[in-house]
Write a protein that binds this ligand. Structure first.
Ligand SMILES: *[C@@H]1O[C@H](CO)[C@@H](O)[C@H](O)[C@H]1NC(C)=O
Length: 149
């Protein structure tokens, strides 16, 4: 998987989180924050009004293909983590996203990550069934490196 190595190098050099997954797969991004609290949100770059994908005050929430799980930490011992899951990925999902905490009396804390959705060459294990129709089965090939995070 030469592409994976190139993307990995790129993401290390640019210090930008990059998640790579094939079409139909799912990814989970992990966003960590030193201070807990606030509403959780996920939006797509540039994060203007129409770009909000999910917004919640709850510990867990789902909206369509997007879900968020909030795990509160204890400052300064452990960080607060927001797990963002996007499933049934399509090529058009490639791009930059922002996950964060919206706080009333403080500046919002957020992190950004990039998603790269590649062609489905092999069938990943969590690929939805309906996408398997009409396609030649190539699962005989080895699975390759695990690109999920
Ligand atoms: C994302 O959520 C879907 C649907 O709930 C689940 O099947 C999948 O395993 C999750 N993906 C990851 C990478 O955690």
């Amino acid at each position: 998987m030469q592409h994976a190595v190139i993307f990995w190098l790129f993401s290390v050099l640019c210090d930008a989180k990059m998640l790579i997954q094939t079409e139909g797969g799912s990814i989970t991004a992990k966003c960590s924050f030193a201070i807990s609290g606030g509403g959780r949100f996920l939006c797509r770059h540039p994060c203007e009004d129409g770009d909000v994908l999910l917004k919640t005050e709850a510990t867990e929430a789902q909206r369509g293909r997007y879900s968020i799980r909030y795990k509160e930490g204890t400052f300064p011992v452990s960080s607060t983590v927001l797990y963002v899951n996007i499933s049934q990925l399509a090529k058009s999902d490639s791009g930059r996203y922002r996950c964060g905490l919206k706080r009333r009396f403080m500046i919002d804390a957020h992190q950004e990550f990039n998603i790269v959705v590649t062609d489905a060459l092999n069938s990943p294990p969590d690929r939805p069934k309906q996408l398997d129709q009409q396609q030649t089965d190539e699962t005989g090939a080895s699975k390759g490196p695990d690109l999920q995070t």
